[in-house]
Design a binder for this molecule. Structure first.
Ligand code: SF4
Length: 71
């Protein structure tokens, strides 16, 4: 992970249920639970603004549906 591309200097926020962030030394790191990794700040901005049309979110929602029907 590289601070230059991952560090976010405002508290990130997204309506996506798969979006997470953590606060570290003076900046935030955003994570996607579908991708299972940290997001670059450019990707995190897309999560903030365009989460409704994110293809990974659609995959995540489908995975949740499968889990619900098999459990
Ligand atoms: S990449 Fe897509 S699925 Fe992942 S947190 Fe961002 S909006 Fe959600």
């Amino acid at each position: 992970m590289y601070t230059a591309i991952h560090a976010i200097y405002h508290r990130p926020s997204s309506g996506c249920e798969f979006f997470e962030y953590e606060e570290t030394e003076g900046y935030y790191l955003a994570k996607c639970k579908v991708l299972g990794r940290y997001l670059t700040k450019d990707a995190a901005i897309k999560c903030e603004n365009y989460w409704r049309t994110c293809p990974y979110r659609k995959i995540g929602l489908q995975m949740m549906e499968v889990e619900e029907t098999t459990s």
